[in-house]
Design a protein around this ligand. Structure first.
Ligand code: SAH
Length: 204
């Protein structure tokens, strides 16, 4: 509850996002050694050099993706420990989440099953290609930073849909791209700090 109060004071305004985050146990998603810090506003290590995004980041990206309406199909690139995935699962009818590190995904699959998150489809693949066969999506969220989003990924959005991602490499800003009938509109927002998107898959 204190975490959610802090998020509210930090400007997260979407009550549905706040309600979902107040009900989801975040300590289940971090390594045991960090469990006592799970509700601090920090990114924490989740192995393989990756990090679980901070609560503020998850709240902010979720409210930007939702834009105050329920989502139908969402694509997430960078499953990691699955915390953002589990939040999205309660904001959307179906979530497709792609992760390049096989072992991370194996653990996350077990964790989400234990939490009875059943409307999430996880795939071990290089997420930069998206998942055209399951699209189009009304939201795409990327939880690793990139300078450039390939056009074929944006084409997996419905018209009226939006993509939220950290744009940049050393200096990064949250970026929202909205798909309009004939064009895309980009909005640059807060400074953030994500690991970079990497190409290819890691088997283990
Ligand atoms: N939302 C996650 C963020 C994890 S960090 C969480 O809170 O746990 C970013 C994740 O993106 C890492 O798990 C990393 O392995 C993954 N990633 C990086 N490049 C990727 C790519 N090309 N395709 C799929 N996943 C990728």
């Amino acid at each position: 509850m204190r975490m959610v109060e802090r998020l509210r004071s930090q400007g997260i305004a979407d009550e549905k996002v706040l309600a979902v985050m107040s009900a989801l146990p975040r300590h289940v998603f971090v390594e045991e050694a960090f469990a006592s810090r799970a509700y601090d506003d920090d990114a924490l290590p989740i192995n393989f050099g990756q990090t679980i995004s901070s609560p503020w980041t998850v709240g902010r990206m979720s409210e930007l993706l939702r834009a105050n309406s329920d989502l139908d199909k969402v694509l997430e690139i960078g499953t990691g420990c699955g915390y953002q995935t589990a939040v999205l699962a309660q904001l959307a009818r179906e979530v497709y989440s792609l992760e390049r590190v096989g072992l991370l995904l194996t653990r996350t699959r077990i964790r989400l099953k234990e939490l009875q998150v059943n409307n999430v489809y996880l795939k071990h693949t290089d997420g930069m290609h998206g998942l055209a066969e399951a699209g189009p999506f009304d939201g795409i969220i990327m939880t690793a930073a990139t300078v450039h989003v390939p056009p074929f990924l944006l084409e997996q959005l419905v018209v009226g849909g939006r993509m939220v991602y950290p744009k940049g490499s050393v200096e990064q800003r949250l970026c929202v791209i909205e798909r309009h009938p004939q064009s895309y509109n980009e909005t640059i927002l807060e400074t953030v700090n994500f690991v970079p998107i990497l190409s290819g898959v890691v088997r283990k």
